[in-house]
Design a protein around this ligand. Structure first.
Ligand code: N01
Length: 544
């Protein structure tokens, strides 16, 4: 697909230096490529996968589908949405891939993308103010700007189970699913993990696995997706509202077209509160999460009203009361919504089936993996397929897994040993001309990918244009600005209930990872801060 051949950008003379090298062909990277090219920059994109899509390339397990409803989860570029129609309100991975191919064709992107090319290392050349970037296949490229669009979930987390390598059946992490596919039919399947990926795999596997064993550590507080088929006529009508929806997603907390009720849950009479919860529940998707009252994520008592409604609705779907206690306990495992809820379609009914069993690994831990399956405290669970839906070294892992060295020779991974530190969630001191999108201390996990790609993306495009117009060659966040941003985010975290859950939002899903709120809650406030800094000549940065 790529027309940039291996070695083509290797020479050292200035004429061969790119304006920017982008890493990653998901929503963010593709947007950067398109916009920077439009602005006349010489830019290339390297992608580790063999195709576009980012997360939708790697996560191609049966049932993988997006949790942001249409048209939130697409670019707002009219040239694109006018002629594109989806088949479902929450599209699956394969339809999302088709969308990327459509975008590629419309915007003619492929000629500047090199696939199957993993960036492994980069160092800043201080004398020339550019990055020297290396790939695993030995190529070297030079670029003034190094723009990382590696996504929030590009480094899978695989628990360190004793004997994992000895398993003789199929074993897949959801984020490294085989591109040729693999079916559950007739197999004894074990799924470890009940996050969003686990829920989706479990739903699919329950249909035709000979037996499905779900290994749960913490119950997911999953919400009804309310999936619907979409026809072309309906979408043509919906398109009249698209410009307004796209405007709205820039101005709301999570980049959706959903407004919250600005009252406290506690100041509303119980019957009125319940009526709102019922309405949000019927709307489906994330309405119940982000369309509720203003203090749901900050006040425990308010939060409990949402948990209790969720619990009542969910328990009604599970026949066995003992299983209901495991899947939807009367006492919350953590406040509602501070660990990302998943969207489900028939997840809770799965556990009413004869061919499905649940293992609570807090009570019955996995002791080891053996050739025939998984040995728990209670004995052997024989398996033909072991699915690890165990998540990702989220938000930071995609960046720190690259050996990136800044001006003092320290790697990004070393710099962030005690926790990620950035300025505006775009840059970090000691690493000039390096900008990351959808990264730590930006809205990332709290905001859907396409919205962030455009809103954050335009800030980056403006920055590069400004540098060119002013004849500047180097931009670097100051340590002081970075300290201020990190303190701001930590103080916001302390005002919320987010620290009360062991989630990937807090970096708490990875053993040994520093605990910190990795995402900035609230897109509009975030962008106000970023735009204010830009309008003051990039305050908090040193330009040279
Ligand atoms: O990962 P997760 P994910 N033993 O980290 C469990 C997006 N996404 O891939 O909760 C046993 O959420 C872990 O248990 P616990 C979405 O933003 C979106 O599912 O830590 N269990 C948890 O249950 C999502 O939030 C979609 O106690 C272990 C699970 O593994 C994000 O990606 C689809 C364990 C990991 O859940 C990540 O979701 C998929 C161990 N040693 C993903 N280690 C859409 O719908 C971990 N677990 C768009």
């Amino acid at each position: 697909m790529s027309l940039v051949q291996s070695g083509q950008t290797q020479k050292n003379d200035d004429a061969e230096i790119l304006d920017a090298l982008i890493v990653g062909a998901g929503f963010n990277g593709i947007y950067q490529l398109h916009r920077l090219r439009q602005e006349g920059f010489k830019v290339r994109l390297f992608e580790a996968g063999a195709d576009m899509g980012g997360i939708w390339y790697w996560n191609c397990y049966p049932g993988a589908r997006v949790d942001s409803h249409i048209p939130i989860y697409e670019y707002s570029i009219e040239e694109l949405w006018r002629d594109w129609n989806w088949t479902e309100r929450f599209p699956a991975w394969d339809e999302l891939r088709r969308y990327f191919h459509y975008v590629d064709k419309k915007l003619d992107l492929g000629r500047d993308i090199r696939f199957s090319t993993r960036v492994s290392a980069a160092e800043f050349d201080e004398t020339r103010n550019h990055w020297v970037i290396r790939t695993t296949d030995g190529d070297v490229v030079r670029a003034r700007f190094f723009i990382l669009c590696t996504g929030f979930a590009s480094k899978p987390y695989i628990p360190n189970y004793k004997g994992l390598e000895s398993f003789t059946g199929e074993s897949w992490h959801t984020g490294l699913w085989p591109q040729e596919g693999s079916s559950f039919a007739g197999k004894r399947v074990g799924v470890v993990g009940t996050g969003a990926s686990g829920v989706q795999v479990v739903q699919e596997a329950s249909k035709d696995a000979a037996h499905l064993t779900v290994f749960q550590r913490t119950p997911i507080l999953a919400l009804p997706m309310q999936q619907r088929k979409l026809d072309v006529e309906t979408q043509q009508r919906m398109k009249a509202d698209y410009p307004e929806i796209f405007r709205m997603r820039r101005e709301t907390f999570g980049g959706f077209d959903i407004l919250r009720d600005e009252r406290s849950a506690l100041e509303v009479p119980p019957e009125e509160r319940r009526a709102l919860y019922e309405k949000l529940w019927q709307k489906g998707g994330f309405h119940y999460w982000i369309g509720g009252f203003a203090d749901i994520l900050t006040d425990e008592e308010a939060n409990r009203t949402m948990y209790d409604f969720w619990c009542e609705k969910t328990r009604a779907r599970i026949k066995d009361p003992a299983l209901a206690d495991k899947l939807a306990p009367m006492e919350p495992p953590h406040p509602f919504g501070v660990k990302r809820p998943s969207l489900e379609q028939w997840y809770y009914e799965v556990f009413n089936r004869e061919n499905v069993s649940l293992v609570d690994v807090r009570e019955t831990p996995i002791e080891e993996v053996v050739p025939e399956g998984v040995r728990t405290k209670d004995g052997l669970v024989e398996l033909d397929m072991l699915v690890l839906a165990t998540g990702f070294d989220a938000v930071t892992g995609g960046l720190t897994q690259i050996d990136i060295r800044g001006t003092d020779g320290v790697t990004l991974k070393e710099k962030w040993t005690e926790g990620a530190r950035t300025y505006l969630g775009f840059a970090t001191s000691g690493f000039p001309n390096m900008l990351f999108l959808y990264g730590p201390q930006s809205p990332s996990g709290f905001c859907n990918g396409p919205t962030c790609a455009e809103v954050q993306g335009e800030w980056v495009v403006d920055c590069l244009r400004y540098m060119r117009e002013k004849g500047r060659r180097r931009i670097e966040a100051t340590a002081q600005a970075e300290e201020g941003w990190t303190q701001l985010l930590n103080s916001i975290a302390d005002m919320t209930l987010f620290p009360r859950a062991d989630s990937w939002y807090m970096g708490a899903n990875i053993p040994g990872k520093p605990r910190q709120l990795l995402n900035f809650p609230g897109m509009p406030i975030y962008m106000d801060q970023c735009n204010a800094a830009a309008s003051k000549g990039y305050e908090g940065f040193v330009l040279d």
